[in-house]
Design a protein around this ligand. Structure first.
Ligand SMILES: Cc1cc2nc3c(=O)[nH]c(=O)nc-3n(C[C@H](O)[C@H](O)[C@H](O)COP(=O)(O)OP(=O)(O)OC[C@H]3O[C@@H](n4cnc5c(N)ncnc54)[C@H](O)[C@@H]3O)c2cc1C
Length: 377
């Protein structure tokens, strides 16, 4: 058997997406000796294809909201230390219908609305002049969100972990089997007392039986990057469609009425699982998404109609024609009907960790702390 690294590690992590890097950070901060094994040359999957949107407000109270708050605080600290630019702060939710204003009013009566403001369109016009406010019912401002440019942030996070904490990275190395203290890889074996497997939506390489038994599937999403519109959005923008998607809003009784109206008025968008997020990068370009397809989930097939629908909703919310499309891409992530996070011990000294809804950027750091706490305490 070939040996890839001769030294022995306290912890090996499979996967250098946000979950793997979050686990690496939590372990390294305990003084543990960590190695990360990643199949690709750099993280290339969901963690770099997303909005980089660390969302707090609207997250489901059950299992998400507290983790999102904790992760947000860690992101803030890590971004400073690793010199990762925070490119946007806060979010604006434009309520286009009276039914969505009712959802936001109900949300404001919960403790999750702490430091959020529900403002009139006129006030929103003053504070966010580039948001189309005519015809709006109300606007929710949340100060909690952060946004990073994931394509830059995730590699910077890995580099910082290597530089400041001595985390070893084995790139272009597939983990083939995990039986501590042995991890067999495509380039030889690695020795580690414990192992955390963060495979994202690779449901077949490691512990496929456990992932199948847990009912884990995949979801495919389509995204766009538009050229700079020539104006600044001082925060990420969402609209009515998000209020029936994020559990913190969607589980409020008022959301049922909104859902009924959206089903009759925006049925095609709902069919494609579309809700609008418009985020802006430091070069002014806009990241616009996203759609959700759960069946026949092939990221190689992007549907032009979905892009058209996204751009139509963009125009309705932003109130101006969209700038030229610079990039189109798809991504996938793991999903399950009955849980937010899978955290299992398929064999002793191993944890298999999968975020099973599209919130890994928002909760990853908190989940990493939990996994390492549980494995090493
Ligand atoms: C288009 C899109 C938009 C999104 N928007 C948001 C958002 O706004 N906010 C938010 O919070 N979340 C968002 N998400 C979800 C979020 O990106 C994911 O939940 C998160 O990135 C999952 O992280 P991960 O580390 O588990 O998986 P991944 O990023 O998929 O990383 C898993 C890594 O493991 C590696 N790997 C797997 N098996 C092996 C093996 N056997 N050996 C070696 N390496 C292996 C893979 O190569 C991969 O690099 C979005 C996702 C997508 C696709």
């Amino acid at each position: 058997m070939r040996t890839l690294l001769t030294e022995k590690f306290d912890l090996a992590i499979v996967g250098a997406g946000i979950l793997g890097l979050s686990s690496a950070l939590a372990a390294a901060r305990r003084g543990l000796k960590v190695v990360v094994i990643e199949r690709d040359l750099r993280a290339q999957k969901a963690s770099v294809r997303n909005f980089g949107f660390i969302t707090v407000t609207g997250q489901d109270r059950e299992g998400v909201w507290s983790r999102a708050r904790r992760s947000r605080d860690i992101w803030e600290d890590v971004a400073t230390r690793a010199r990762i630019p925070i490119v946007q702060r806060g979010q604006w939710i434009a309520a286009q219908r009276p039914e969505s204003a009712a959802v936001l009013e109900a949300f404001m009566r919960t403790d999750m609305a702490e430091r959020c403001e529900l403002i009139t369109p006129a006030t929103a016009q003053q504070r966010c002049p580039n948001l189309r406010t005519s015809g709006l019912q109300a606007v929710l401002w949340s100060p909690h969100e952060l946004r990073v440019e994931s394509r830059d942030a995730i590699p910077m996070l890995a580099d910082w972990l290597a530089r400041d904490y001595g985390v070893r990275f084995c790139w272009q190395t597939a983990a083939l089997s995990v039986t501590p203290p042995n991890v067999e890889t495509s380039r030889g074996s690695v020795l580690a007392s414990k192992v955390v497997v963060c495979p994202g939506d690779d449901l077949v390489s490691l512990f496929p039986g456990h992932l199948a038994d847990a009912g884990i599937g995949r979801c495919a999403l389509q995204m766009l990057r538009l050229e700079s519109p020539g104006f600044e959005l001082p925060g990420t923008v969402m609209s009515d469609l998000s209020l029936i998607r994020y559990g913190g809003f969607a589980k409020l009784p008022e959301a049922g009425v909104l859902r009924g109206r959206l089903e009759s008025e925006q049925g095609e968008l709902l069919q494609h699982g579309i809700h609008l997020i418009v985020a802006q990068g430091s070069d002014g370009s806009l990241v616009v998404g996203d759609s959700h397809h759960y069946e026949f989930c092939d990221e190689a097939i992007a549907t032009e109609r979905v892009y058209e629908l996204l751009l139509t909703e963009y125009t309705a919310v932003i109130g101006r024609p969209p700038p030229r499309v610079r990039q189109r891409w798809s991504g996938t992530y793991a999903v399950a009907r009955d849980r937010i996070v899978l955290m299992e011990a398929p064999v002793p000294d191993v944890r298999l960790v999968v975020v099973t809804s599209g919130i890994g950027a928002s909760v990853g750091f908190a989940v990493g702390e939990e996994v390492i706490g549980e494995l090493f305490n």
